[in-house]
Design a protein around this ligand. Structure first.
Ligand SMILES: [Zn+2]
Length: 224
């Protein structure tokens, strides 16, 4: 049974990755009518919302390595997003700026996620190690510790979802109200952002399935 869950996890991750890369390949080729580059989109949205202390930089990472760094107040955009004016570029740029806007106005779930962050970082470092050692040495305490670590990671991923969905819905509102995209382009922009958000849903699903899998393995052992 537990290996079936393992296969399911791999299938979920593969579907979400191919959904994202397929959507990205499609929408990076689709030019927006107004042809604004991702970096200019980010700058315009920040200005229109009265946020002047956030910097926009091209990131050194690869494809879709875009993120907002709240500690340094920097929107990092991958070069394809930064320099181009495709549906993918303007959508992802607006989404990352959406995180900067959330930060600027103290959006509730961010504070909650920041509270969970230090413990989650420890959990991600120790969780699987603890499960692995617990399994080979048959020490139940280590196995239980690992399961609690995974539950903590699951909670963190759960709190991340409303933050991601909110950043995307802000992005669509900003793109449209600032005349960056036209009504006819809204559906494409939404689809691009939904594909990106689905990776967060898939990560949550795979953590839940992993918890189930380890609980099953533990249950079988205790029965033997
Ligand atoms: Zn995001």
């Amino acid at each position: 049974m537990d290996y079936l869950i393992w296969i399911l996890i791999i299938v979920v991750m593969m579907i979400s990755q191919s959904f994202l890369s397929g959507s990205y390949q499609k929408y990076r080729r689709m030019q927006t009518i107004h042809q604004m580059r991702g970096c200019d989109v980010a700058k315009l949205i920040l200005e229109r919302n009265g946020v002047y202390d956030v910097t926009i930089v091209p990131s050194k990472g690869g494809t879709l390595s875009d993120y907002y760094d709240p500690t340094r107040k920097i929107v990092n955009l991958s070069s394809d997003i930064y320099y181009n004016s495709s549906i993918a570029s303007v959508s992802v740029a607006a989404h990352e700026v959406g995180h900067a806007l959330q930060h600027a106005e103290g959006y509730g779930f961010i504070a909650l996620r920041n509270k969970l962050l230090p413990a989650t970082q420890i959990a991600s470092q120790l969780g699987w190690v603890s499960i692995f050692i617990g399994l080979i040495s048959n020490i139940d305490f280590l196995l239980m510790f690992g399961i609690f670590a995974l539950i903590l990671i699951m909670l963190f991923q759960l709190v991340t979802l409303p933050i991601e969905f909110n950043a995307s819905s802000r992005a669509i509102v900003q793109l449209r109200s600032n005349g960056i995209i036209e009504d006819s382009e809204v559906a494409s922009s939404k689809k691009m952002l939904q594909a990106a958000a689905f990776t967060y849903v898939a990560a949550l699903i795979s953590t839940i399935l992993n918890i189930l899998r380890i609980l099953l393995i533990r249950g079988n052992r205790n029965r033997d």
